[in-house]
Structures are given as C-alpha cells and as structure tokens.
Write a protein that binds this ligand. Structure first.
Ligand SMILES: [Zn+2]
Length: 470
C-alpha cells in the first residue's frame, strides 16, 4: 500500500526558501495570551497533507482526498510563510504515501513545534456533517491541541460549518488511536488532525467542491495557527500577539475532549399539542449526555423504521460541551397517516439513544379534502382556507419540520405542484381579502381624518380660551 518516501527531496525547496527568508529577515516573535506551549526562540511548523500515492483517502462523491489535502496544505504553507519568524515545512510535496511514523519522524527531524495533519472526512452512511479536530488524549499535547482546535473551529463556525468538537480517541492498547497523534505525543510534539468537513454530505459539500474552497480552508488553518502562536505579519499587516486563547490545561486532559464511549443518558419526548386538520405537531424533547455534547437529532414518524436526516441539536457547542437539554420540536405530519414518533439524540461520538415513542391516537386528516369540503360550504372565507393551504405544503414530504432550529439548509422537502384550479381559488381568496383590507384602510383613514379635524377644532377653541388675558 505505501509508496517510497521522497518527502525530503520534495520539501527541500521549501526548506531552502524558508531558511533564506529567515536569514534575510531576522525576527522577534510574539506570544498569544494564555498559550500553554513554550516554543523556545525558534518556531517550526510542519504541515502534513494526508494520504498520497496509492493511499487515496476518501473518494466519496467524486472527490479524491489525497489531492484535496495537498491543495489545502500548500495554501496553508503559503499563508503561514507570510508571517514573521516562522519556519514552515511540508511532510510531502508530491503524490507519495508516507507511513504515519515517517510523517511524525520528519516533523521531529526538523524539531517541529507543531504538526498539522490535513484531512477531509466521509461517513459510512453519509449522514454526518461538520468539522472536527482530533488531538492526543494525553497531557500536555491534549490541552495544546484543544487551544489550537478552539481557534480553528471557532473560525469554521463563523464560516457556517457545523462544529463536531476537539476530540480524542483511544485504541485497544489504551493509547492514542490515530498514529500521527500517538507517535507525536510520544515525542511530546503537539499535533492535530484537522478533518475540515464531510465530502459526502449535502450540507458540507459546498465548502469543499472547488479548488478555491480548499485553498480557503488552508488559509484559515494558517490564520488559526498564527492566532494560536500569537504571530505577526508585516506583509499582511496583522498582529496576533495579544490574542487570547481558550482556557486549557497542560497537566490533565481537557474534559470536553475526553472520549465518550456511552450513549446519551436521557432522551424523552412528550406531546405538547397537535392539530389533526393541519398536521401540526409540537413535541417537547428532553435529553442529556453526562459525558459529551449532544450534536444532532433525527426523528422517525413510522415507529423507527426510517429516520429523518440529522439536524443540529439546538444550542450544541462542542467546544464548551453546552447544549439545550430541552427544546420544542415542531413537525408537520403527512395527511392520512397515524404516526408513531421516535427521536434519536446523538452525542459527540455519534452514539445515540432513542426516546420513548408517541403514537397518535387519531389519523391526521387530509387538508385538501377539508379544503374542498369547506370551500363548497363557505366560499369566501379567505383566511381559513389560506391556512389550510399553507400546512398542506408538507403533505408529500415524509419528514417535514416547520421550524429550523439549526438555521441550516432548506433542502429535502420538494415543493408540491398545486392544481391550477386550486391556485385560482387561492388567488380569488387573496384578492377578496386584499379588497376588504383596502376598504378597511380607506375607511380608517377617513375616520382618522375627521377625528383630526374635530381635534383641531377643539384645540382652536381651547387655544382661544387660553389666550384670554388672565
Ligand atoms: Zn484522511
């Protein structure tokens, strides 16, 4: 599987350029506030484009991770090189595979202060979305990785990405699971794996579907590193020396990074209210995980046979561990169904707990039938019919929410085409309502005008009396 090494030759050019740059521009380096790591007087950063050669990485959705990581890593390299007093290296500059150990050994050979391993993600069932940073489970590298991870993921969140947290994972031996982190932490060399986004999920695809997007990620990685190290750049005109970092620990793992191997502890749903005519259903959701953040939820209307795509858990903040332990889920139940609702709560490690189920005691009615019936009976009542028409929009969508907690995407429910006669009917209702509104407004205006005139008259009279000499 692994190709021959060749990274030293490839990296040689960059090394030479950096050395030249440093010789020409001697520097003084700044310190970010609260940074736990001591980097001495020379700062060396190594960037590792993940995969390479026969090791393609993920190939979902027509992507090829090994090429994506190279674009991002080169952009990160170029951007970081614009900062004063930093030596930057790449573990590979050509399409070769290196073992994890080789990547770490290269970083150690140049005395790296930090190793950044660049990756893109995909999930088995194409359900996951968002960015995450993996760090060693062990001090001191854990707390250092957490400080950097907060910088990077905070910026990713502002860009609109969902944040899955700064995480750790242990192998069977009880050591770090990921080789890059294992070998680095053995050398007390801080390292992180950056999983920028999921290439196989609709919500993330727009963040990685062009070369410019991949470069943008690289520049963001560089800026996060610059903030983390408190760097200055005379070229860019920025100075991060006073930049404040997240609180972290050098002596013990940061609690929010600790691997959670148990599913959420509590997950319950309870009926708040429902309307069998419109299909509106409001449920109260209560859930808790005592070890990690709740990231997503999904729901089933068919008793657990199928589930909706995952939605962001309200208030989820994987960097602090915060999430809302209760929220109202508003759904639109498809007409002529009698749903059994179940909700799944997913934690920071993608383990889930299913709620109790709620089965509707009645079948939801068909708003179009109701509309037709009420339309014949009371033609002219615009408001009632209008409401029914709105809620019937979700009729053909199995999983329709009426409220978007995550503020995220609007895909999924296909717009249903309405028959022309129905549209015409709606238009007539609308025109009738508008006409009534206009008549109402005009009459109000006339009434207000005459009130004003009367008031003016009164003022005139009282003014006359005030002006009487005392
Ligand atoms: Zn990868």
């Amino acid at each position: 599987m692994r190709g021959k090494t060749g990274f030293r030759k490839g990296a040689g050019f960059f090394t030479l350029m950096t050395a030249l740059f440093l010789a020409l521009f001697p520097f003084s380096r700044a310190e970010a506030a609260g940074r736990l790591q001591d980097t001495g007087d020379k700062l060396v950063i190594v960037i590792d484009p993940g995969h390479g050669g026969d090791n393609l990485g993920t190939t979902e959705n027509g992507h090829e991770e090994k090429s994506m990581t190279m674009v991002t890593a080169l952009a990160m390299y170029e951007e970081l090189s614009l900062y004063d007093g930093v030596e930057v290296y790449l573990t590979r500059t050509s399409d070769v595979d290196l073992s994890r150990k080789e990547r770490v050994e290269f970083a150690a050979s140049v005395d790296a202060d930090f190793l950044f391993s660049i990756h893109y993600n995909a999930s088995e069932n194409h359900e996951l979305y968002g960015a995450e940073v993996w760090t060693s489970a062990f001090a001191p590298c854990n707390g250092i990785g957490y400080q950097f991870g907060c910088e990077l993921l905070g910026a990713f969140r502002e860009k609109g990405l969902f944040i899955r947290g700064v995480k750790t994972r242990l192998g069977d031996s009880g050591k770090d699971y990921y080789g890059i982190l294992l070998y680095s932490s053995e050398k007390k060399m801080p390292a992180v794996i950056i999983e920028h986004c999921h290439v196989d999920e609709a919500r993330d695809e727009g963040f990685c579907d062009s070369e410019e997007e991949l470069k943008e990620f690289g520049r963001m990685d560089a800026t996060a590193a610059a903030r983390y190290f408190g760097l200055k750049s005379s070229v860019l005109g920025v100075d991060y020396s006073d930049h404040e970092l997240a609180e972290s620990s050098i002596s013990a793992p940061v609690p929010v990074t600790v691997q959670d191997s148990t599913a959420p502890d509590v997950c319950q749903i309870e009926l708040l209210e429902t309307d069998y005519d419109t299909g509106r259903l409001a449920l109260s959701v209560t859930a808790a995980d005592y070890d990690s953040t709740l990231l997503y939820y999904s729901f089933s209307l068919d008793g657990g046979k199928t589930f909706s795509p995952r939605e962001a858990w309200p208030g989820s903040d994987a960097l602090t561990g915060a999430y809302s332990d209760t929220f109202t889920l508003n759904l639109t139940v498809p007409a002529l169904t009698c749903p059994t609702v179940i909700l799944r709560a997913y934690n920071g490690y993608d383990l889930y707990t299913e709620s109790n189920s709620w089965t509707s005691p009645e079948t939801y009615r068909d708003p179009e039938e109701l509309l037709a019936a009420s339309g014949k009976a009371e033609m002219g009542d615009g408001t009632e019919n209008g409401q029914n028409a709105v809620s019937s929009e979700g009729k053909d969508s199995a999983y329709e929410r009426t409220e978007d907690f995550a503020g995220g995407r609007g895909d999924g429910a296909e717009e249903q085409e309405r028959p022309v006669s129905f549209l015409t009917f709606l238009a007539i209702c609308l025109i009738a309502a508008l006409t009534l509104l206009v008549i109402f407004l005009v009459s109000q205006a006339i009434a207000a005008g005459s009130r004003k005139r009367a008031a003016r008259q009164r003022r005139k009279e009282s003014g006359r009396s005030r002006n009487q000499p005392r």
